[in-house]
Design a binder for this molecule. Structure first.
Ligand SMILES: Cc1cc2nc3c(=O)[nH]c(=O)nc-3n(C[C@H](O)[C@H](O)[C@H](O)COP(=O)(O)O)c2cc1C
Length: 194
């Protein structure tokens, strides 16, 4: 087998979601995070719109952002359904992470490609970040929980109407053993050799 295929296969197969609470608080160097985001920038992009945008939080800005996330949840959830425990969980979501990268799709309407293609390009950019992280033994967690996909979050981030948040990427280090990959649908069922 070609050596570079073996390496990339190892990284792709080895990447596992490691939740923010399972991270250990150790900080990633800012330059390393920049290297990961530089990988994102090489994702495929139809019409060269390069729709991926990132907002990076760490240290105090991360602590403050998590508080704001918790407050957004509280202020935008009906009194009958909102739960103190959920608010608390969101407020402390980043406690053990090193960085939070908010991945945003910035729409380019004048490019005349469907929005779907810009979601796709941004997702590819996100995967580049996750794979780069895996190669550096950095734990990652792509989350859409809490207020991530809610209009209130778009407003908080001052996004334009057509832009979308695709996820929160928590990055850090973890001491916990990685779980085995679980795939419920056999690969054969996902492929049609026409
Ligand atoms: C778009 C997207 C959103 C996700 N949001 C969440 C989430 O909110 N909470 C969560 O626990 N996992 C989330 N995940 C991670 C999945 O749970 C995880 O990828 C899945 O369990 C497969 O595990 P693996 O990443 O280790 O292969 C998300 C994944 C994707 C692609």
């Amino acid at each position: 087998m070609n050596a570079s295929f073996e390496q990339i296969e190892k990284v792709i197969r080895g990447r596992r979601t490691i939740k923010a609470a399972s991270m250990n608080g150790k900080k990633i160097e800012q330059g390393t995070v920049k290297q990961l985001l530089a990988l994102a920038d090489f994702a495929p992009t139809h019409a060269r719109t390069e729709p991926w945008r990132f907002v990076v939080y760490t240290g105090e800005s991360l602590t403050q952002f998590c508080k704001d996330h918790a407050n957004l949840y509280w202020d935008n959830t009906a009194e009958e359904t909102r739960k103190e425990a959920t608010k608390e969980n969101l407020e402390h979501m980043g406690d053990m992470a090193s960085h939070l990268v908010i991945a945003i799709m910035r729409r380019t309407p004048e490019a005349k490609i469907p929005k779907l293609e810009e979601y796709a390009a941004t997702s590819a950019a996100i995967q580049n970040v996750l794979l780069g992280a895996e190669a550096l033994d950095i734990a990652s967690f792509w989350s859409t929980g809490g207020m991530v996909l809610k209009p209130a979050m778009k407003q908080y981030l001052k996004l334009q109407e057509e832009d979308e948040v695709l996820g929160f990427l928590y990055l850090g280090y973890s001491d916990q053993p990685k779980k085995d990959a679980v795939r419920n649908i056999p690969l054969e069922e996902k492929i049609t050799w026409a």
